[in-house]
Design a protein around this ligand. Structure first.
Ligand code: ZN
Length: 363
């Protein structure tokens, strides 16, 4: 089967993938018993391509419906959906919070494959009906039976017992009925990794690159899920003010970079808020310093190189939220503001320390 698992973001990738699927269906012809796979034998070429394109578009809609299946259950239970990342075979809806409720997670993980299964069955039944009137090799018979088949494959693939597939989530929810959530995640992720390793070996033995790719995808997915769950549970209930640095030293925008460098050497800090009187003007870090050549540092002032765009958090925000913000924005420290005044700085190091100290809760 000429299929790849691709992650698609953005319109151009989606168009590319739809064309790729259309191309592979237009160039495939396999007849096995009661099904003809692909439109390769359909003449003329316009009809062949029209049906291939149509199939690719409908298949895309089926993947979206699979995701909406998950989202529907989530929304019904009051969990917000921030974004849906579509993977070629299934997808991942980024929920605002991971539901730490095994019953709900079970339902949510099951909803997607269930949608694919129902679609598969409907297309397949329609396909067999149409074939009995028009014959197996009619393009209408082919499009329906092929869509049925593809939806069944979509369902089966997503039920693989490995993160980030739905099957991994089902497995975790199942374990979580009888043990703490992190332990359940770790167990499910271990099974995913064993699974990935077996797939990898099989892929090597048969030189099947698609299998190697899936194995890699599953292995990375399992590790990431485990890490993300550990972090969010370690930081649960911890507020920014519990772990931020309160003895905030600030610098003035008029300080030269030469002076800043000496200060960083002495204090071993990697960044400072830049204050003018009581007002926070920006943040300056080692990275900003390094952008200026050493010989120009004596003549350059902090105010010229600091980051002015500030992302602020409050002392009573959750540490996990701060972590998410830093990861999304790729920044290392956040000023903590309370009622217009700077009360602290939260750095990535503070978060890492907190995660390490609290890790014992998850073991
Ligand atoms: Zn799914």
């Amino acid at each position: 089967m000429a299929f790849l698992i691709l992650i698609y973001n953005g319109v151009i990738t989606i168009i590319f993938i739809i064309l790729f699927i259309a191309w592979s269906f237009a160039n495939t012809h396999q007849a096995t018993g009661s099904i003809i796979y692909g439109f390769g034998a359909i003449e003329p070429a316009e009809v062949r391509w029209l049906f291939s394109l149509l199939l690719a578009l409908i298949l895309f809609a089926c993947v979206a419906l699979h995701e909406l299946g998950h989202s529907y259950i989530a929304l019904k239970h009051g969990i917000g959906i921030k974004s849906i990342t579509l993977y070629f075979f299934g997808g991942v809806a980024a929920m605002e919070d991971i539901p730490r409720n095994p019953g709900l997670e079970l339902k949510m993980a099951f909803a997607g494959p269930a949608v694919s299964g129902i679609l598969g069955l409907a297309f397949w039944l329609a396909g067999t009906q149409i074939s009995s009137y028009l014959g197996l090799s009619h393009p209408l018979s082919i499009i329906f039976t092929n869509l049925g088949l593809m939806n069944f494959i979509l369902m089966a693939f997503n039920l693989l017992p490995a993160f980030p597939m739905d099957g991994g989530r089902l497995l975790r929810a199942w374990f979580a009925f009888g043990m703490p959530y992190v332990k359940a995640t770790r167990r499910a992720s271990d099974i995913g990794k064993i699974f990935a390793t077996l797939m990898f070996l099989l892929g090597l033995a048969t030189l099947n690159f698609m299998l190697l790719f899936v194995a890699f995808f599953v292995y990375v997915g399992a590790s990431e899920e485990e890490k993300a769950t550990e972090i969010s549970i370690s930081l649960e209930g911890i507020m920014v003010q519990d772990i931020m640095s309160t003895r905030v030293e600030s610098v003035s925008p008029d300080m030269t970079l030469e002076e800043l460098k000496e200060l960083m050497f002495r204090d071993k800090h990697r960044g400072y808020p830049v204050m003018e009187g009581e007002k926070l003007q920006g943040i300056v870090t080692i990275a900003d310093l390094q952008k200026v050549a050493p010989e120009r540092r004596a003549g350059t002032r902090v105010g010229e190189v600091m980051a002015r765009e500030l992302y602020l958090i409050g002392p009573e925000d959750e540490a996990a939220t701060a972590m998410k913000t830093m990861n999304e924005l790729q920044i290392r420290r956040l000023p903590v503001m309370d009622g217009g005044g700077l009360v602290g700085i939260l750095s990535r190091e503070d978060l890492v320390r907190a995660i390490e100290l609290c890790r014992e809760r998850v073991h």
